[in-house]
Ligand binder design. Structure first.
Ligand SMILES: [Zn+2]
Ligand SMILES: [Zn+2]
Length: 121
């Protein structure tokens, strides 16, 4: 099962993405979901695109609020805010190939969750 976390990409990050990937479809990028399987750590990764032939890809990384932060927000009546601001991250792509070699993992190198090809094989 994949992680259900979603993010509306903040405008400044969108601009940063377009600096790396001028051909990216900005409308498509306005909204991302986490591409990991359910994970114990708090960092969510939303895949943006590969960067040319560099074996690297661009990701948006964002963090869940803690329960404590939730309560603090409610007490102050403020809107949900991530505990650390979302950021653009360039990550090496995981080199893992599936047993049949027909699928490859496209998650960041140290993703700490099952390889993405396990969803298909
Ligand atoms: Zn996630
Ligand atoms: Zn992998």
């Amino acid at each position: 099962m994949t992680c259900p976390a979603q993010i509306v990409v903040p405008k400044p990050l969108l601009a940063e993405i377009l600096q790396h990937l001028p051909d990216a479809d900005a409308a498509h990028l306005s909204w991302l979901t986490c591409d990991f399987d359910l994970h114990p750590h708090r960092d969510h990764y939303g895949y943006v695109d590969d960067i040319g032939a560099t074996e690297q890809a661009l990701w948006i990384v964002w963090t869940d609020e803690t329960d404590e932060a939730d309560e603090a927000d409610e007490a102050e009546g403020t809107e949900d805010t991530p505990s650390s601001p979302p950021r653009v991250s360039v990550e090496r792509i995981c080199p893992s190939k599936s047993p049949s070699s027909e699928d490859a993992c496209w998650l960041p190198l140290r993703h700490g969750t099952p390889h993405s090809w396990t969803r298909y094989e």
